[in-house]
Design a protein around this ligand. Structure first.
Ligand SMILES: [Zn+2]
Length: 316
């Protein structure tokens, strides 16, 4: 099999985000999508059937916005273009409340399931629509299911070419179906042929020599709250912001149950009633700000070569 060797340079930015430990503001991110759009349901729910499902996203997002307002924290919302087209008022409301609007692609197709032209169309259309609705430049992207994995780095070049300034898709763990084990567990710049892109990875927990996912989602609902809290405290000790994520359907115990395997059911429906009380706790324990503010506060003059990793990855 032919192998293409690409070279990327990672430049550690930890020193550029170093206010006193107690002042660290982390990133609270919401992947704004409907309960029936998650990747785990792909084989059960065809995209052409999405219109036939009851929409439940609006009240859940309002609940999250109310929670954030009460705790004086602001979020980054990665929104699907498909959803923005149908819920323009919701996008207005999120933006007016001071939260960042970013792109989650158009129709939740994983990058690994798209051709390069399809991916470009998805990030271009969603960015353009979200900017038109919010009136604010969209500079951030998160791939559905963190699906920028080794071999798909070309997607980072496309993001730069389409005007994005940061990505939040490289989960620095090795998991079935996703993960970017060579990535770093804190914000960093990625040098690509198309330029320099900031990477804001989901938070992980360092346990001895093990790096475990601890950024939110099912890990937040199904495992003890202390997992996420410890991971964010580890970030504070390293003087870097952590990145937490949640979906509107994760605070919706009343969502219709789809006929899926026991494993998917456990992962998707488990702990839904725990989410809101835990979010109250999280927002009490930590402060949050939009990712774009972290990226804007990372002037290149402060970028050092300390911690640079030069590595080669092979495209299969
Ligand atoms: Zn998603």
């Amino acid at each position: 099999m032919p192998r293409t060797t690409l070279t990327a340079s990672f430049v550690l930015l930890g020193t550029a985000v170093a206010p006193p430990a107690i002042m660290i503001a982390h990133h609270f991110t919401i992947d704004v999508e409907e309960y029936f759009q998650v990747s785990a349901f792909e084989s059960r729910v065809a995209r052409c059937d999405w219109e036939s499902f009851e929409s439940r996203v609006v009240p859940q997002v309002h609940l999250l916005l109310e929670l954030l307002a009460r705790h004086e924290s602001r979020a980054t919302c990665f929104v699907l273009g498909w959803l923005a087209e149908r819920q323009r008022d919701l996008i207005h409301t999120i933006a007016r409340a001071g939260h960042e609007i970013a792109s989650h692609g158009w129709d939740h197709a994983r990058v690994t399931h798209q051709t390069p032209p399809q991916f470009r169309d998805s990030i271009r259309r969603s960015k353009s629509l979200l900017e038109e609705i919010s009136g604010v430049p969209v500079v951030g992207f998160r791939a559905p299911s963190f699906s920028i994995v080794p071999g798909w780095e070309w997607a980072l070049d496309f993001l730069l070419e389409e005007g994005y300034r940061y990505d939040s898709s490289l989960f620095p763990v090795r998991r079935p179906g996703y993960g970017y084990p060579g990535g770093l567990p804190h914000p960093y710049w990625i040098e690509r042929p198309a330029g320099r892109l900031a990477e804001i990875p989901p938070t992980t927990l360092q346990l001895g020599g093990l790096r475990l996912p601890a950024a939110g989602g099912a890990y937040f609902r199904l495992l003890p709250y202390g997992l996420v809290r410890t991971a964010l405290r580890q970030c504070e000790r390293r003087e870097v912001p952590g990145t937490f994520y949640i979906h509107p359907w994760e605070i919706d115990p009343g969502q219709p149950r789809l006929d899926v395997s026991w494993l998917v059911r456990a992962r998707h429906y488990g702990g839904l009633r725990r989410s809101l009380p835990r979010l109250e706790r999280l927002l009490t324990d930590f402060r949050f700000k939009p990712i774009r503010e972290t990226v804007a506060a990372l002037p290149s003059a402060q970028v050092t070569r300390q911690g640079m990793i030069v590595f080669s990855e092979s495209a299969a």
